[in-house]
Design a protein. Structure first.
Length: 157
């Protein structure tokens, strides 16, 4: 990741404060970052997915994202959020040109495409035309519109 030298997770606060910090640091809409964390983990750092290979607030995936720094991404909310923000920013800025070498892409990777960046986080490909990515993006959009994290039943804060 071209921005890895900037990912340090050096922030302390509540989960919501950490999300706000990471969103401001990486220039990603705070409501969007909140919605993604809601979809990925319901704001629970202890969440494990992909048969234990993904973990934390943003479900950082071991085989692809954290070969050397898995423990810090697994146990520290600020690092997990910082890493996610850095990856999405690098996709958005057009720094991940390897995405044009992956088969199964629905269209050519290009900078400035936020939906494509989030889809790449989910699938590891640039805009694959499949129900998984479309469903993931729809869930984020729904959670953002509902502002789920402010609902009384939401306990992830």
């Amino acid at each position: 990741m071209p921005y890895k030298k900037y990912v340090n997770g050096r922030f302390k606060g509540t989960t919501d404060e950490i999300i706000q910090w990471a969103s401001h640091k990486w220039g990603i809409n705070t409501e969007l970052m909140r919605a993604v964390a809601t979809v990925e983990s319901w704001w629970e750092m202890k969440t494990r997915g992909d048969n234990g290979d993904s973990f934390g607030l943003y479900q950082v995936r071991r085989p692809y994202h954290c070969l050397k720094r898995c423990k810090i991404a697994r146990y520290y909310t600020a690092f997990n959020a910082d890493y996610y923000g850095g990856i999405i920013r690098s996709y958005y800025d057009g720094k991940q040109t390897w995405l044009n070498t992956v088969s199964g892409n629905g269209k050519r990777y290009r900078k400035g495409d936020l939906k494509g960046s989030m889809g790449a986080w989910y699938s590891g490909r640039w805009w694959p035309k499949d129900a998984g990515v479309e469903g993931y993006l729809a869930a984020i959009k729904q959670r953002k519109a509902e502002r789920t994290w402010f609902e009384p039943y939401f306990v992830g804060r």
